[in-house]
Design a protein around this ligand. Sequence first.
Ligand code: HEC
Length: 178
Amino acid sequence: MIIKNVPAFVFLIALAASACSGSETAAPLRSAPSSATTTPPTTTPSSSTVTVANDTGSSLRAEFASLEEPYASADYARGRRTFRLCQSCHTVTEGGPNLVGPNLHGLFGREVGTMPGYSYSAAVNDADFVWTPERLDEWLTNPRSFLRGNKMSFAGVRKPEDRLAVIAYLMVETAPSE
Ligand code: HEC
């Protein structure tokens, strides 16, 4: 009896061992691609993470997504393209020079007409509001009529989707770095 049981027992261990090694080889194969994510039970979350990461490309485009709507859905490429209209007169980087127009760094949340070292028109100097995306949308819709007598000689951005995109672009680009 004892002699008979031993081979059966050994056989079971061998079976269990082979089953184990079988699942060991399968497991790394499955978890390897999603090793970055801690919860890989379903493929959907990890694959969508990968998609976002691929789309991100630049950190700027990723920051777009973190803005509040409707700016999060704005078209990044369109925003950058539209900003070319402003570029000859405005810089956006911290400590960037005032050109024909003032440097726009830290624009949102800033009182209108307060970039140090820039000489504003009386119209802008006398204005009293804080820049928000909504205010900028009004300004860019028709710069001339928004603050009568201002000296920004710019026709404005006519298409709403261009304004939305360039505002989203500026929300990211002029944001003070932390
Ligand atoms: C031809 C030059 C020119 C172009 C192009 C131009 N601006 Fe300006 N911008 C100015 C000038 C000049 C002022 C100052 C106006 C004043 O003092 O009356 C100004 C002021 C501003 C201000 C107010 C800043 C503050 O400190 O309160 C904002 C915001 C602004 N521009 C955004 C834009 C954006 C966005 C674009 C492009 C879509 C643009 N501008 C295109 C010349 C320009």
